[in-house]
Structures are given as structure tokens and as C-alpha cells.
Design a protein around this ligand. Structure first.
Ligand SMILES: [Zn+2]
Length: 110
């Protein structure tokens, strides 16, 4: 009786006790100079995106990096299993997906 789900498994929010479907991945770009990937800090539902992001940033700050390693800012990424990690779309901190596009009609349109 489950509705069709594009995910092979249901991604669940990483917040303890929360069983909402995750729609964000919390991650930071990691590199050792020759390889780069997304370092995963967990998944978040819309309600917990800010708290998970905050916790991930604290974890990232406590991370001890090896020689040549760099880690970028922790960001929210749209959870999309059809994309590879390095192709995940970053989400700006504030706007929700329902934000209308900022572009309007141009002044010189007929
Ligand atoms: Zn949650």
C-alpha cells in the first residue's frame, strides 16, 4: 500500500528520534589534494535541516585534518540518489525550494 517512491530505500533524517523522510544531505567538500569528494555529515528532513547543519559544522570544526587535506564549508545538498556525490546540487542557506525566481519581465520588453 506504499505510494510509489523514486528512492530504492527511504532516506531518513539523521536527527535522533526523527523518522521523517530526508530531503537534504549535509556534507562538505573534502580534498586531499589529488582526490575530492563530499564528506557526508548525515541527512536531514526540512524541519531539522538547520539543527543538522549546525551540528555538522561543529563536527567539521573538530575534525583533525591530515597533511594536504582540506574541507570546505558544510552545506545542504538536495538529496538526489540519481546524481553522484560530486554532482549534488548545493542549497543556499535561506531560500526554500518554493522561492519564486528573482527574474521578472525586462523593462524593455514590448
Ligand atoms: Zn528530522
Amino acid at each position: 500500500m506504499d505510494p510509489p517512491n523514486p528512492f530504492r530505500y527511504r532516506p531518513v533524517c539523521s536527527e535522533p528520534g526523527c523518522e521523517e523522510t530526508a530531503v537534504y544531505k549535509v556534507a562538505a567538500y573534502w580534498s586531499d589534494g589529488s582526490h575530492h569528494e563530499l564528506k557526508n555529515y548525515g541527512l536531514a528532513c526540512p524541519a531539522h535541516r538547520d539543527s543538522r547543519l549546525d551540528r555538522a559544522r561543529k563536527n567539521r570544526d573538530a575534525l583533525k585534518l591530515g597533511p594536504g587535506e582540506t574541507v570546505g564549508d558544510v552545506r545542504l545538498f538536495v538529496l538526489d540518489p540519481s546524481r553522484r556525490d560530486t554532482e549534488q546540487e548545493s542549497v543556499a542557506d535561506a531560500p526554500a525550494p518554493t522561492t519564486p525566481p528573482p527574474s521578472g519581465p525586462t523593462p524593455d520588453s514590448p
